[in-house]
Design a protein around this ligand. Structure first.
Ligand code: FAD
Length: 570
C-alpha cells in the first residue's frame, strides 16, 4: 500500500517553507508529503489521488489562495477525501482578530474545516507537532487504522457480531468489523484456522476467540475478575465520566477503589464523537479518548477495574456493604458510589427493532459513520446528542435528515448546535415529525414518517437510522432502601426530604442516598445536569463527601484493598 498523503497549500512562500520543513522532518518516513503554493495544483492533485483511490490523511491550507479562501478548498476536500482531516493554517495571534476568529468559527460550524493550525515557528515547534499528530490520530480513528485494533469477523452485520461490536465499543476498545466472505475476512479466518465458529474476535497479540461470551472478551482484554475475599474502601458502580472521575480522585486520595461496569469504559460518553464543550479541549475530544485517558489516570493511581460484570445487588453487612455481581461473585466495601448513568429508550417498532445493527442503531454514530458514506441516513431525536450525531454523519453520508418531534430545534438543543445544524448543507431537519414504521430485507431500506400536526404519512428510502430518543436511569436493580423519584432517578441529600424513618442518625451528605454510605453521582442522580463536566464534577465531590463520612465514622483510607477476614458467605 502506498503511504498516505499529507498535503499543504499556502501562498505565503516563507510560511509554506516552514510547514514543509516540519512535515518532512517528522513524518516523511510514513507519509508522502506534497507542498504547493497553488490551490489549482493542490486541487488537481487531490482529484487525481481520489480517482486513484489513494488515501489522504491531512490537508493544510493557508487562509487566502489564488483569490479564494483556504476554507473553500478544504470544503471541496471533504467530498474528495471524506476521511482526511482539514485544517486552516493561520499566523500566530490571528485568532485574536475578531474577523478571523468569526471566520474560523463559521468554517467549523459549516463543516468546511475541522480546525486551525498555527504556522510553525523555529524548529522544533512541538506545539505545531502536537496539533498535527492529534489530527493524524483523528484520521486514523476515522479510518479504523489505530494500532492494537481488534478485528471482529462475522457472517452478517447483525446478530452476535453486532453485539460484540457494541461490547467492544462500550469498552472504548478500537475494533474493526469485516464480513467473513470479504477479502480481509477470508484472510483472518484462514490465519485463525479453519472450522472455528463465527463470529471470531482476533486480538492484536494473535489471540483468537471463536463465538466468545462478553466475559471471555473481558478476560482476554486483561480485566481482573477474581475479587472474592477482597475488601475495598469504595466500590464504584459504573465507569462512565462520573465513575471514572470518582476513581481518579478516590484512588489518588488513598481510598482503595474498585470500579465495576457491565459494559466497559466511558458509558454514554463513548457514543459522543466529539465533545466540544469540555473544559480544556479547544479542538474538542471524542468521548472514547476522554474515557481511555481517564481510565489510564485512575489505573495509574491504583484503582482496580472489572468490566462486563453487572452489579445486581447491594446490601448492608456488618460494618460495611456487600456488592453482588451478575456472574455470582461478591465484594465487600466500606462505601459505594452509584454512577450507573442512563440507557436509551427504545422505539418499540418490531420491524425496526429486528434491524438493530443492520442499519438501525441506538446511540451515537461514532463506530458506524464511516460505513454510511454516500448513503441517506436519518437521526431521530431533538437533544444535543442527536444534533451532534447528525453533524458527524453529515461528514460521510450523502444526506442526513434529523427527525424531531418538537416544532422547534431550540426546544432541546444548545444554541451553538442549532446554528451548526442549520448551517450544514447536507443536513435537513423535519420538525413536528415522528417515525411510525419502516423495514427492509436484512438491512434497513425504508422508514415511515408521520407529520404530527395533520397525521399524514410518507414512506422514504433510508439506508441508516440513528436513534437518540432519551434515556432512562440504570437503577432498576437497586434495593428498595435506595429511594428514587417517579422516573427512577436516585434521590440524594436534601432531595430526600425530612420525613424519613431514621435509617441515618445524621442528615445525609449532599450526594448520599437514603441508604447510608451509598452515594450517587452523574446522570443516574435526580436533578443532575446531563453533561460530561457535571458528571465528572459530581464524581469528584463524592470523594470529598467520602472523606467526611470516613472522618465521622473514625475510619481512614486504607490505600490498597486488603483481604477480608473471611470470604463472604454466599
Ligand atoms: C451521543 C451522546 C453525545 C453526548 N454529547 C455530550 C457533549 O457533547 N457534552 C456533554 O457534556 N455531554 C454529552 N453527552 C452526555 C454525557 O455523555 C452524559 O451526561 C455522561 O456520560 C453521564 O455520565 P455518567 O457517568 O453519569 O453515566 P454514563 O455515561 O451513562 O455511564 C454509566 C455507566 O454505568 C454502567 N452501568 C449501569 N448499570 C450498571 C450496573 N448495574 N452494573 C455495572 N455497571 C452499570 C454503564 O454500563 C455505563 O458504562 C452526550 C451523550 C450522548 C449519548
Amino acid at each position: 500500500m502506498p503511504a498516505p498523503m499529507l498535503v499543504a497549500v499556502d501562498e505565503d512562500a516563507g510560511g509554506l517553507g516552514d510547514v514543509e520543513r516540519e512535515l518532512r522532518d517528522r513524518y516523511e518516513r510514513h507519509y508522502r508529503i506534497v507542498c504547493t503554493r497553488s490551490s489549482h495544483d493542490a486541487r488537481a492533485r487531490l482529484e487525481q489521488l481520489a480517482a486513484e483511490g489513494e488515501e489522504v490523511a491531512l490537508v493544510l491550507a493557508g487562509p487566502q489562495l489564488d483569490g479564494r479562501s483556504g476554507s473553500e478548498l478544504l470544503d471541496e476536500v471533504r467530498h474528495l477525501h471524506p476521511h482526511a482531516r482539514r485544517a486552516l493554517l493561520i499566523a500566530w495571534g490571528d485568532w485574536g482578530d475578531r474577523a478571523t476568529g468569526e471566520a474560523i468559527f463559521d468554517a467549523i460550524a459549516h463543516g468546511r474545516i475541522d480546525h486551525y493550525v498555527i504556522r510553525p515557528s523555529a524548529a522544533p515547534d512541538e506545539v505545531f507537532h502536537q496539533t498535527i499528530s492529534g489530527l493524524l490520530l483523528e484520521w486514523a480513528e476515522a479510518l479504523r487504522a489505530l494500532p492494537y485494533t481488534i478485528h471482529v469477523v462475522g457472517e452478517s452485520w447483525s446478530g452476535r457480531a453486532f453485539e460484540l461490536r457494541e461490547v467492544l465499543g462500550r469498552c472504548a476498545i478500537p475494533h474493526n468489523f469485516c464480513l467473513a466472505d470479504s477479502n480481509h475476512g477470508r484472510a483472518l479466518v484462514a490465519e485463525a484456522g479453519d472450522g472455528l465458529k463465527l463470529p471470531l474476535v482476533v486480538f492484536p497479540d494473535g489471540t483468537v476467540l471463536a463465538d466468545p461470551s462478553d466475559a471471555d472478551i473481558a478476560s482476554a482484554a486483561g480485566s481482573p475478575v477474581n475479587l472474592e475475599r477482597m475488601e475495598f474502601d469504595l466500590v464504584i458502580v459504573g465507569a462512565g465520566p462520573a465513575g471514572l472521575s470518582a476513581a481518579v480522585y478516590g484512588a489518588s486520595e488513598g481510598f482503595s477503589t474498585l470500579v465495576v461496569d457491565e459494559g466497559g469504559l466511558g458509558g454514554q460518553a463513548t457514543y459522543s464523537s466529539l465533545i466540544r464543550n469540555y473544559l480544556g479541549f479547544p479542538r474538542g475530544v471524542s468521548g472514547r479518548r476522554l474515557a481511555q485517558r481517564a481510565h489510564e489516570q485512575a489505573w495509574f493511581f491504583g484503582a482496580h477495574f472489572v468490566f462486563m460484570q453487572r452489579v445486581t445487588g447491594l446490601q448492608h453487612e456488618r460494618d460495611g456493604l456487600s456488592v453482588t455481581f451478575s456472574e455470582g461473585g461478591r465484594v465487600r466495601t466500606r462505601a459505594a458510589l452509584l454512577a450507573t448513568g442512563a440507557t436509551y429508550r427504545r422505539l418499540g417498532i418490531p420491524a425496526l427493532e429486528a434491524l438493530n445493527g443492520a442499519g438501525v442503531y441506538y446511540g451515537g454514530p461514532t463506530s458506524e459513520a464511516p460505513t454510511v458514506a454516500g448513503q441517506d441516513v436519518y437521526v431521530l431525536g431533538g437533544a444535543n446528542s442527536a444534533g451532534q450525531a447528525a453533524l458527524y454523519l453529515a461528514q460521510y453520508a450523502r444526506r442526513v435528515t434529523l427527525v424531531v418531534r418538537a416544532r422547534s430545534l431550540h426546544a432541546g438543543m444548545s444554541h451553538y448546535l442549532v446554528r451548526q445544524v442549520e448551517a450544514t448543507p447536507k443536513l435537513d431537519v423535519r420538525l413536528g415529525t415522528e417515525i411510525v414504521g419502516g423495514g427492509g430485507d436484512g438491512w434497513l431500506e425504508h422508514l415511515v414518517l408521520r407529520d404530527r400536526a395533520d397525521g399524514s404519512e410518507e414512506t422514504v428510502d433510508a439506508d441508516g437510522l440513528f436513534l437518540m430518543i432519551g434515556a432512562r436511569p440504570n437503577t432498576d436493580w437497586l434495593p428498595p432502601e435506595v429511594e428514587r423519584d417517579d422516573r427512577g432517578f436516585v434521590l440524594t441529600g436534601t432531595d430526600l426530604g425530612d420525613d424519613r424513618d431514621g435509617a441515618l442518625p445524621r442528615s445525609p451528605f449532599l450526594l448520599e442516598t437514603s441508604m447510608p454510605r451509598v452515594f450517587a453521582a452523574g446522570d443516574a442522580r435526580h436533578g443532575s445536569v446531563k453533561r460530561v463536566a457535571s458528571a465528572v464534577g459530581e464524581g469528584s465531590v463524592a470523594i470529598q463527601l467520602l472523606h467526611r463520612l470516613f472522618a465521622a465514622d473514625g475510619l481512614h483510607p486504607s490505600g490498597r484493598p486488603h483481604e477480608a477476614a473471611a470470604a463472604i458467605p454466599r
